[in-house]
Design a binder for this molecule. Structure first.
Ligand code: KIV
Length: 270
């Protein structure tokens, strides 16, 4: 299994880092069998598997519950869990308690938190001080949708561009070992990647970040929406409904169950 230091070595050696989200035992198991370098139990679980409109309602208990399942499926892969909205915003004591619960109760290797404002930098320092590896997250941070006014690409104008660069530097200085960059221009992803010693992981951040992360259900074609940055490697959503329809038809038409699925068939069948 990788540790938080091996990702830095991968960056130095020019080896791309592959990350995928997972939210439960099977997705953790398949991600590990798919030989990814790291798994993220993202708070996207709120939208992808819990059916919420956004990520804001996800709780620390939700993250712990799902991370435990992922850990059971992926026992030898580096797992990062998201710190939910409002779990690191009030004070360092609460931030450390929440990060500590996620690490201890879920058995994951690191936590990720969104943003680069001064209180987020303090939160990163406080968590790192507890010997917990931290991943930063800049650009289109989904927990900020109400202040961003929706899911809007960030860093398009000069002021935002240089602010994201400044925050990336502060996140590295605060002790984060990795930085996720979401929905930003390729030029910004490239500049930050060249500037930082810690690896950058892009999602909609272009081709030049040190690694890529995609949402499990997006890769497999099981999500409701398909953002521009997603490459679908399958269309399982359609396939699955087709398989369930077959089952429905077979039960309705008495084709299932047949004799081979019966423990002790009626004697006249023998
Ligand atoms: O919650 C999540 O899945 C994420 C990734 C999209 C980076 O934060």
């Amino acid at each position: 299994m990788h540790n938080s230091r091996t990702f830095g070595k991968m960056k130095k050696q020019g080896e791309k880092i592959v990350m995928v989200t997972a939210y439960d035992y099977p997705s953790g198991k398949y991600a590990q069998q798919g030989e990814v370098d790291a798994i993220l139990v993202g708070d996207s679980l709120g939208m992808v598997v819990l059916g919420y409109q956004n990520t804001l309602s996800v709780t620390v208990d939700d993250i712990i519950h799902h991370s435990k399942a992922v850990r059971r499926g992926a026992d030898s892969t580096f797992v990062i869990a998201d710190m939910p909205y409002m779990s690191f915003h009030f004070n360092n004591e609460e931030t450390k308690r929440n990060a500590g619960r996620i690490i201890v109760e879920a058995g994951v290797n690191a936590v990720k938190l969104e943003g680069g404002k001064p209180n987020r930098i303090e939160a990163i320092k406080a968590i790192v001080d507890c010997e917990i590896p931290v991943v930063g997250h800049l650009g289109l941070t989904p927990q900020s949708i109400n202040s961003f006014g929706g899911y809007v690409v960030q860093g398009k104008n000069e002021a935002q561009f240089s602010e994201i660069i400044r925050q990336a530097e502060l996140i590295q200085q605060a002790g984060a070992f990795m930085l996720v960059l979401e929905a930003i221009p390729e030029k910004l992803g490239k500049e930050i990647t060249a500037m930082l010693d810690i690896p950058t992981i892009g999602i909609g951040a272009g081709r030049f970040t040190d690694g890529q992360v995609l949402v499990y259900h997006d890769i497999l074609g099981m999500a409701d929406l398909k953002p521009k940055f997603v490459k679908q490697y399958a269309s399982l959503g359609q396939d699955i409904s087709g398989y369930i329809k077959n089952y429905t038809r077979e039960v309705k038409s008495r084709l299932f169950p047949d004799k081979e699925h019966v423990y002790i068939p009626l004697e006249e069948d023998n």
